[in-house]
Ligand binder design. Structure first.
Ligand code: SME
Length: 160
């Protein structure tokens, strides 16, 4: 890796403290991570649908458009992470049977659930064109970022 992660986290914290439009803040975070972190080719959020709590809806993202705008719990990597509440790190997506492809270039993926208290409110999903792009440092970074975003994801889902 990568870039100066402490500095990225400090900027994120500053933005959250400053407040503002939740979807806009998530969008800005996606763009920052996608632009500044090597191998983070698609960075986005799936948000738990307040109207249908066993479904995820595509939220803010940076990268190529995806057909997967709505994902049921249990479906694909995102749906499995939603069901289990645990981070999924996939080194080689071609080896996954329960996987929703977002393009032939995608080789590896990390999905980190976002909680507000005990309640799942969304997920941070990152795709890479590089195989096995996400190591322990990436997992720690993404989990640290996700831990800050519960209220923002819940608020962004409510106004989608
Ligand atoms: N690959 C994900 C779907 C979302 S895209 O990566 C944007 C999955 O299998 O759930």
């Amino acid at each position: 890796m990568k870039k100066n992660l402490d500095e990225l986290m400090a900027r994120l914290n500053q933005r959250i403290d400053a407040g503002g439009d939740p979807a806009g803040m998530l969008q800005a975070l996606c763009e920052t991570m996608q632009q500044e972190l090597a191998g983070y080719d698609w960075v986005g959020f799936y948000l738990v649908d307040p109207q249908s709590p066993r479904e995820l809806i595509l939220g803010p993202y940076a990268g190529a458009p995806t057909d997967h705008t709505r994902i049921a719990f249990g479906e694909g990597i995102c749906g499995q992470a939603a069901d289990s509440g645990e981070t999924f790190v996939i080194d080689d997506v071609s080896k996954q049977s329960n996987y929703l492809s977002c393009g032939i270039n995608v080789k590896s993926e990390i999905v980190v659930p976002v909680f507000e208290g005990d309640r799942l409110v969304g997920e941070l999903d990152i795709d890479s064109h590089t195989p096995a792009a996400f190591g322990e440092e990436d997992r720690r970074l993404c989990e640290a970022v996700a831990a800050l975003l519960g209220p923002l994801c819940r608020e962004a889902a409510a106004i989608q």
